[in-house]
Design a protein around this ligand. Structure first.
Ligand code: ATP
Length: 480
């Protein structure tokens, strides 16, 4: 098990990781998610003893990495697949790592086979493609047949077959009872691979829960309903009827309506009562990507200035007003709606438009921003902003520049530059937290056949042992 307690890392003025506490348990694939620059690699480097925490601690099986007996046989990692001596062949690269850790040469050939590089084992790695380099890095991580594995973006550059292979490999390793901690920006892949998620934003914990819990805590399912394209007045009529019945309605890009707050049979009945024919009425389940986007919108540091909403924003029908942006939540309707338990009005629209809105609810911002689901009632979420008074339609508020936490007493408040928005109150982080789960019992799986127990021979226990694939990249503290 990996356990971080109050882990903080500062590089000069920059706080890369702030007060992170989490556990990564054996027998599961734990996804490590966060926007660019949120501190994932820094956290992994601290886990692996490549960076020292400014404060707090992180242990593997109860030991800091550098004090772990025979670390390369207990922990394998892929941090930077390019960290390879390009003049060496794949086999020689692995052989040199194996020799440093007392791993027999036959294990090198085994892992070359596992990652599918056996045919190019004698080729110099500098000629390798991105995907081949990734496979070599994964081979290095597997070399010591470790119980704990860390992978930073393992599918980077892999073709679809390679991605599927990595997915199955991670699952098989976890099924053998190993601890598998993997970062990725590919949400669709994470949804298929991970059992549990740890999500960070600007170095702070945003969520620690199962994939299913995360999706339901951060987005709500909705219905898509489409009326005949040839009769736009029917859509207006239906939208008004749905809004009057308490539904929240937004136009979709293809002219359909996105409806939350009403079950499908009720939508059907309302359409029938209004005399509106339907071409489509379908349930839509929120994806991990939608839930992730919703949760991390305010924690994104780097955005393109060019058409950043392209493909995400929904064009409005003629005459309709755009929804009111919600500070801390962005432009309503970009992504999946927030979950009902957040008290959100998923698609805030100006009073009276575009489809009238549900009576009496004001159609304003949610009671509080995203990210607080699962937190105790009344617990402030530093990533949320108080809802502003209803505003006229205006462009979405730009993201604020990154702000680093300055002290333990003053955790960073993530804010967006919304002219009329009041400042969020200072409050400690309130990450979403799932109850601790008992680690599943290790199971024997076919993959075990490719990962025989490590042979004899140990690396010096007192050496600050770097993880096998990360060894060449080990750099002095703060040298990056
Ligand atoms: N050695 C260093 N010196 C100064 N700043 C650093 C150093 N290493 C990381 N940082 C900063 O710390 C922050 C977190 O970086 P990190 O690489 O951990 O993020 P990340 O989540 O892995 O990002 P990505 O998804 O883009 O890989 C960034 O702002 C980065 O610039």
């Amino acid at each position: 098990m990996i356990e971080a307690v109050g882990l903080t890392k500062r590089y000069g003025d920059k706080t890369a990781v702030y007060n992170l506490s989490f556990q990564v348990r054996p027998g599961a694939v734990t996804g490590f998610l966060g926007p660019n620059g949120s501190g994932k690699s820094t956290t992994m480097r601290m886990i692996l003893g490549l960076d020292n925490p400014t404060s707090g601690s992180v242990t593997i099986g109860g030991y800091p990495y550098r004090k772990l007996p025979n670390a390369p046989r207990q922990v394998g990692a892929l941090l930077d697949a390019k960290a390879v001596h390009g003049g060496r062949s794949a086999r020689n690269h692995l052989l040199s790592l194996a020799q440093l850790s007392g791993i027999p040469a036959r294990r090198v050939d085994e892992v070359l086979g596992v990652v599918g590089l056996q045919d190019v084992a004698k080729k110099r790695s500098k000629g390798f493609s991105l995907g081949m380099g990734q496979r070599l890095g994964i081979a290095a991580a597997l070399l010591g047949d470790p119980q704990v594995l860390l992978f930073d973006e393992p599918v980077n550059g892999l073709d679809p077959e390679g991605i599927l292979w990595v997915r199955n490999l991670m699952k098989a390793l976890a099924a053998e009872g190993r601890t598998v901690f993997v970062s990725s920006h590919l949400m669709s892949e994470m949804a298929l691979t991970a059992d549990h998620l740890i999500v960070i934003g600007r170095g702070q914990l945003l969520a620690d829960m199962s994939v299913t819990e995360f999706i339901s805590a951060n987005s709500a399912d909705f219905a898509r309903v489409r009326t005949p394209d040839t009769e736009p007045q029917l859509r207006e009529k239906l939208a008004a009827a749905l809004a009057e019945a308490g539904g929240h309605v937004l136009p979709e890009q293809d002219g359909a309506l996105r409806v939350t707050g009403l079950p499908l049979p009720r939508i059907s009945d309302l359409a029938h009562e209004a005399g509106v024919r339907l071409w489509e009425l379908s349930p839509h389940q929120a994806s991990l990507e939608e839930a992730y986007m919703r949760m991390t919108q305010a924690a994104v540091d780097y955005r393109s200035t060019v058409d950043q909403k392209a493909g995400l924003q929904q064009p409005l029908p003629p005459g309709a007003q755009p929804p009111v942006p919600v500070p801390g939540q962005g432009q309503p309707g970009w992504y999946a709606p927030p979950p009902p338990q957040q008290g959100g009005q998923p698609f805030a629209v100006p009073p009276g438009g575009p489809y009238g809105g549900a009576p009496g609810n004001g159609q304003g911002a949610p009671a509080h921003g995203y990210g607080a689901a699962g937190a105790a009632p009344g617990t402030a979420n530093p990533y949320a902003q108080p809802a502003p008074p209803a505003q006229p339609a205006a462009p979405a508020a730009p993201a604020a520049p990154p702000a680093a936490p300055v002290s333990q007493d003053q955790p960073t408040l993530l804010t967006k530059k919304a002219p009329a928005a009041p400042q969020a109150p200072a409050a400690p982080p309130a990450p979403q937290q799932a109850p601790a789960a008992a680690p599943p019992a290790p199971a024997t799986s076919p993959a075990a056949a490719t990962s025989p127990a490590a042979a004899s021979g140990a690396a010096p226990a007192d050496a600050p042992a770097a993880p096998v694939s990360a060894a060449p990249t080990t750099q002095p503290e703060d040298a990056r």
